[in-house]
Design a protein around this ligand. Structure first.
Ligand code: KPL
Length: 362
């Protein structure tokens, strides 16, 4: 009888095909980091006669950029948390048809880019492709599902959150800054074999992952963390640690998180308020030297994820009549900042890390 690997049975439902292809959509810091981890795992698979390598292709798909060009030309220069740097060769593409044959597509684009990034892939994926979002914020799965809807066929979109953290320090260069946990789940509260096999396979590949029944609680908890840390660090221009060490920011972050907990409860997701505030503090300290993604986006003149984070809190709050004045104010302030500082001709992709550090000190 044919033996199927965990990853094969997870993604292919024991279909007669052994070649597995994973595509990561979004060539930012996180997408690049995850592609590097999976590519290294693919290359270290046993090639002994008689053994079936389970991973055949790992592709990083993203829009054309200086970063993608640099990775294509020289590989990804990856700096680990201990400071060690290695160069990892990655297969990269900006051509939608290159995703054909993907068994798993992991989405790591900015939340506001979900629809635009996924729509060109619609005719190149099949109804059997599993799509997993690991993006920040709320509403990503729905946006992806709508963008991929093909002749009425909806793809399987699984939900996930990750507390892994990475930053792009220059085109072609990424630093892994936080070694976190990834949780994956489905809309229905069940963990089936496919989900737990995928979690185990990702963990084996060096990307610590758990399959959970209550993914919505994980998503809302991460939302509270981002809602509290991202806009406050972006507006105050401080690294994440200040959310824990500065009494004013700490208090403001607690207020933001408490509002998110109330809105989550109104939508039927129960979170423990004290635990959420403690988690905000823990993440702020664990990623203390880092800049939040929203601070980096603002300094780069790029659109931020405010609508998918605090904006979604405000949207759900309105629907359930929950007052969220702090989330509302932060959304407005970030929008005002975006309007005032975004260059008319689009973003300045690739401001250097030194630019960002200078902006924070200045
Ligand atoms: O996810 C993050 C982000 O910056 O978007 C945190 C957890 C705040 C780490 O910086």
């Amino acid at each position: 009888m044919r033996q199927y690997s965990r990853l094969q049975s997870s993604l292919q439902g024991n279909r007669e095909r052994s070649i597995l292809k994973i595509t990561i959509v979004g060539a930012g810091a996180m997408g690049s980091l995850m592609t590097a981890r999976l590519s290294l795992a693919m290359r270290s698979q046993s090639r002994e006669p008689g053994s079936t390598p389970e991973l055949e292709r790992v592709l990083l798909y993203g829009r054309p950029s200086a970063h993608l060009d640099a990775v294509r030309a020289r590989g990804l220069q990856l700096t680990e948390r201990d400071g060690q740097t290695t160069t990892v060769k990655l297969e990269v593409s900006s051509t939608p048809s290159d995703v054909v044959g993907s068994d798993l597509v992991i989405v790591l684009v900015k939340a506001w880019a979900s629809a635009d990034a996924m729509a060109p892939l619609r005719t190149h994926l099949t109804r059997d492709t599993v799509v997993l979002t690991l993006q920040n914020g709320l509403g990503n799965a729905a946006a992806i599902r709508t963008a991929l809807m093909n002749n009425g066929v909806r793809p399987h979109v699984w939900l996930g959150v990750t507390t892994q953290a990475a930053i792009r320090t220059a085109p072609g260069k990424v630093r892994h800054t936080g070694d976190g946990l990834t949780a994956i789940g489905r809309r229905t509260p069940e963990v089936n074999d496919r989900l737990s096999n995928l979690a185990a396979a990702l963990s084996d590949a060096g990307w610590k992952t758990v399959a959970v029944e209550d993914i919505h609680r994980w998503v809302w908890r991460k939302l509270a963390i981002n809602a509290a840390i991202n806009p406050l660090t972006a507006l105050a221009r401080v690294p994440n640690r200040a959310i824990s060490s500065d009494p004013e920011l700490r208090k403001a972050a607690g207020t933001v998180a408490a509002e998110v907990v109330k809105v989550a409860a109104a939508t039927g997701v129960r979170l423990n308020g004290e635990q959420v505030v403690a988690a905000v503090d823990e993440v702020a300290r664990a990623t203390g030297d880092d800049q939040s993604s929203m601070l980096i986006d603002l300094v780069n003149g790029m659109r931020t994820e405010i609508d998918a984070i605090n904006g979604q809190v405000v949207r759900h709050a309105r629907r359930h009549n929950v007052p969220v004045p702090t989330n509302d104010l932060l959304s407005r302030l970030i929008h005002a900042y975006e309007h005032g500082h975004r260059p008319a001709d689009g973003s300045r992709e690739g401001a250097s890390y030194a630019d960002i550090e200078a902006a924070i000190r200045g």
